[in-house]
Design a protein around this ligand. Structure first.
Ligand SMILES: [Zn+2]
Length: 208
């Protein structure tokens, strides 16, 4: 596989999504985390549906401080992946939107369909947490790269300024006709006179 193809795969949206969701799942799973769904009907629905609802809920919801730290921490971590891969805030943001959209969408759809009373009772309560998680991802994908970019540009412009200063320092002026050179030649290109060798002293150089 050529380097181009390799990079194309890494940057592909599906690949980024799979990597993000896998890492997210691994972290949450490795902490043995379970979001408590308090519905008396949870045990009535089929086992598959219960498992899907529970797994999706574990990915996106929390109800105490430990859960909050784990959920926010792992989401913030994985939301940096597209930021680093794309180095382009809008692409990173759209990748993170997709990442947060799918598990939430299916969680709410399943709960709405199979745990209607729980949905009615808790929807806004849960949805506020979804919104806050969304806000945090927006900060990671848009605000942090914005400030990083500004910092980098500032640093670059300082470096360019330094280079210009060095170039200015090396400028040389012919003592006879006043022509300026970017470095000291043996003969003046303008008046063709031999330039004094020892004259690379400060007073002949142009002050900046
Ligand atoms: Zn000259």
């Amino acid at each position: 596989m050529g380097k181009e193809t390799y990079l194309k795969v890494i940057r592909s949206k599906l690949f980024v999504f799979i990597i993000q969701i896998s890492i997210l799942g691994l972290i949450i799973f490795s902490f043995d985390y379970t979001f408590p769904i308090e519905s008396p009907y949870l045990n009535v629905i089929t086992r598959q549906r219960r498992t899907i609802i529970q797994l999706l809920g574990n990915l996106i919801l929390y109800d105490d401080l430990d859960g909050l730290v784990l959920i926010y921490g792992s989401w913030i971590l994985v939301s940096f992946i597209p930021v680093l891969i794309y180095r382009e805030p809008r692409l990173a943001f759209s990748a993170n939107i997709k990442l947060i959209f799918f598990p939430n969408f299916f969680f709410y759809v399943f709960v709405y369909k199979y745990l209607a009373t729980y949905f009615e009772q808790y929807f806004w309560n849960l949805f506020l947490r979804t919104l806050s998680l969304f806000a945090i991802l927006a900060i990671v994908s848009l605000v942090i790269p914005y400030f990083y970019d500004r910092y980098r540009k500032k640093k670059e412009s300082i470096q360019t300024l330094d280079l210009r200063k060095i170039a200015q320092k090396n400028k040389y002026k012919c003592p006879y006709c006043g022509t300026e050179f970017n470095s000291k030649p043996l003969y003046c290109y303008n008046c063709s006179r031999k330039l004094p060798i020892e004259s690379i002293n400060e007073d002949k150089k142009i002050k900046i």
